[in-house]
Write a protein that binds this ligand. Structure first.
Ligand code: ATP
Ligand code: MG
Length: 399
């Protein structure tokens, strides 16, 4: 892809809209970009109010580009050659940006960011094109060029670029606070996690395991899902909650039709405590209206009633096919459909209630000391860091 490119020029995403927060957004983006590219030690970074530049210093441009495509807060980026803002240097750099021995069609598109530069854009285009035509068999095609050479002239430098490579959009992860995502082994919650991160929210995940009813395989699958989505954030901390005792208590004390609703309320109580402990402002799930019995508005009302934290459901109004498309795009689908049991699937009642009554939930819950069990879930959680590039993970002692 790159011929003689020595730079990458990054254009900011929606953050350009965010007046006052701009500086902290740019700072976060720079820190996220550096973290994502920490394996490339030769890179050098520079930020300005409307662009960020990476000096490649010989690092592999294609590999760097692949990683940049997953960093939120970038609207687009381009490979670039940086040169002096004078016409000879610009022409020379444009020639270097092409493999002149392999002729294709091209078009030059110049822009003067510095309006004091004495040559207008049209004229720059013409001068550059003439030199290329003179020195090679390349041909001009203004409508459908194989290569578009973009020239941006600033006061202190000129940048010669290839076409724009689309960025991931969204906000830099970290500018939107922190949320605890309930991560199951299914299709929806990894997609919900991705969408939270895309809005700039740093996530930690919580997974409810019910050994021996759920297997190590099921937990490994969740860890793999967390690893797959961690490339959008850096590392992700996953809290695995031993949920068996609480689930059995629900089955002993409640009508079977209410088991799922009560289980969800307990999950929310555990998640709320974890959110407080981890200074997270919100909880997120992969619920979607109507998808299963426990995902009616009445159920959501009964579930929300146990917490004051906002519960965010990023896929709540999406069709299943839309969620599946997204899960394929972020490469979680193939792992999500592996057939391992989830704690919900094991204890699934034959006729789950679709319109649960909160009074009945409270009546069942009064029959046992659930608070103690909820506390124990949080105390006995095993917290594990997962990393994007390795399948290694390590436990962290948080409490
Ligand atoms: P998913 O595809 O995300 O598993 P689903 O369609 O299977 O969703 P449910 O099993 O009803 O739906 O779960 C709804 C949501 O509850 C999930 O998206 C997830 O956020 C949360 N959840 C369910 N089971 C677990 C679990 N074992 N651990 C953590 N969160 C869970
Ligand atoms: Mg599920």
């Amino acid at each position: 892809m790159a011929y003689q490119y020595d730079h990458i020029l990054i254009r900011y995403g929606e953050l350009s809209l965010k007046g006052k927060n701009r500086n902290s957004f740019i700072k976060q983006l720079l820190s996220n970009v550096k973290k994502a590219l920490k394996g490339f030690e030769g890179l050098e970074y520079e930020k300005s109010h409307d662009r960020m530049y990476i000096y490649l210093h010989g690092e592999n441009a294609d590999e760097v580009c692949e990683i940049l495509k997953k960093v939120f807060g970038i609207s687009s980026f381009s490979l670039a050659i940086k040169t002096k803002p004078d016409m000879d240097a610009i022409i020379q750099a444009c020639k270097e940006s092409l493999d002149l021995s392999h002729p294709k069609t091209f078009k030059v598109a110049a822009r003067r960011n510095d309006k004091t530069f004495p040559i207008i854009s049209d004229q720059i285009n013409r001068l550059v094109a003439t030199e290329i035509l003179k020195n090679s068999d390349w041909k001009v095609d203004v409508k459908h060029p194989d290569t578009k050479i973009v020239v941006e002239v600033h006061a202190d430098a000129a940048y010669i670029m290839t076409d724009r490579i689309p960025g991931a959009g969204g906000y830099p992860v970290g500018v939107g606070g922190k949320a605890i995502v309930l991560l199951s082994g299914g299709i929806d919650s990894p997609v919900a996690s991705y969408l939270m991160m895309k809005r700039g929210v740093h996530i930690e995940c919580i997974h409810f395991a019910a050994p021996p009813y759920t297997s190590q395989n099921a937990q490994d699958k969740v860890m793999e899902l967390a690893r797959l989505i961690s490339c959008y954030q850096g590392d992700i901390l996953v809290h695995v909650i031993p949920f068996t005792d609480l689930q059995l208590a629900i089955y002993q004390n409640a009508d079977e039709s209410y088991a799922i609703t009560l289980m969800r309320r307990m999950m929310m109580r555990v998640a709320t405590k974890m959110a407080e402990k981890r200074h997270a402002q919100a909880i997120a799930t992969g619920e979607s209206i109507g998808q299963v019995a426990s995902q009616t508005l009445e159920s959501m009302e009964a579930i929300n009633a146990v917490t004051n934290k906002p519960i965010i459901r990023p896929v709540v109004c999406m069709d299943k096919v839309e969620i599946i498309d997204l899960s394929k795009k972020i490469h979680t689908y193939d792992t999500s459909i592996l057939p391992y049991e989830d704690c919900c699937t094991i204890f699934t009642p034959k006729n789950p209630i679709t319109k649960p009554k909160i009074e009945r939930c409270l009546r069942y819950e009064a029959r046992f000391d659930y608070e103690k069990l909820v506390d124990r879930c949080v105390e006995d959680a095993v917290s594990i860091w997962v990393h994007p590039t390795t399948d290694q993970s390590e436990e962290e002692d948080l409490f």
